[in-house]
Design a binder for this molecule. Structure first.
Ligand SMILES: [Zn+2]
Length: 215
């Protein structure tokens, strides 16, 4: 089987995982992988358990595609992330409950736990609200992703990126766990925040090992 076919299958496998892990429901999330001079992205409005590898849409970075199915309605920020961030090879977008609850309030996730470093810095920012699928949303998301591999989207959900699909999906799960912890901690009082120097140390430690695994 070709490498392209493997990527198409990988997108479906991770889409199913996204649903079974509770990150997403039905057709609300979308996934992509950088491929050739463009990306492979989930089509619009088809449940992951009904997707076949050939249903994944190849879209060039100029936004053109030649496929009977339409790409995800959120293709624009996927495409714009690949253009803006050469180190990113996979993008996961979903509306998981805890990330989205914070995003409804326009709240970022601060350094309440050292694992915040998995997103590259001492916070996970929340991009301002813009209608889904628009260029304005894409611009806001890319600004919120500066020096980070993940962000929240106000009144919408979250984005996680990575050097490959496994890493992007791992970060998506980690972000939802952090959001859940932060919401619980808020109920106990004012959450205590780790200093920026400590998060910088953990970011360096993760980079040193080339892995972003739990210590
Ligand atoms: Zn969405």
């Amino acid at each position: 089987m070709s490498k392209e076919f493997d990527h198409r299958r990988e997108i479906i496998v991770h889409g199913l995982k996204m649903n079974s892990s509770g990150l997403s429901q039905g057709t609300s999330g979308n996934l992509s992988v950088r491929w050739s001079d463009g990306m492979l992205v989930t089509p619009s409005g088809i449940a992951y358990d009904a997707l076949q590898p050939e249903d994944i849409v190849f879209m060039k970075l100029d936004g053109s595609f030649d496929h009977p199915l339409a790409p995800s309605s959120e293709w624009r920020f996927h495409r714009d992330i690949y253009v803006a961030r050469p180190e990113v090879n996979a993008v996961v977008h979903a509306h998981p409950t805890h990330c989205t609850a914070l995003a409804i309030q326009g709240m970022e996730i601060p350094a309440v736990h050292y694992m915040i470093a998995s997103a590259g810095g001492p916070s996970i920012r929340c991009a301002s609200y813009h209608t889904y699928g628009t260029e304005a949303l894409s611009v806001a998301a890319i600004a919120a992703l500066e020096n980070r591999s993940g962000c929240l989207l106000a009144h919408h959900g979250m984005i996680a990126t990575g050097a490959n699909m496994a890493k992007a999906m791992w970060l998506a799960v980690e972000m939802e766990a952090l959001a859940h912890l932060y919401i619980l901690a808020l109920q106990l009082g004012k959450p205590r925040i780790l200093p920026d120097e400590e998060i910088a140390r953990v970011v360096a430690k993760f980079a040193h090992y080339g892995l972003r695994e739990r210590a």
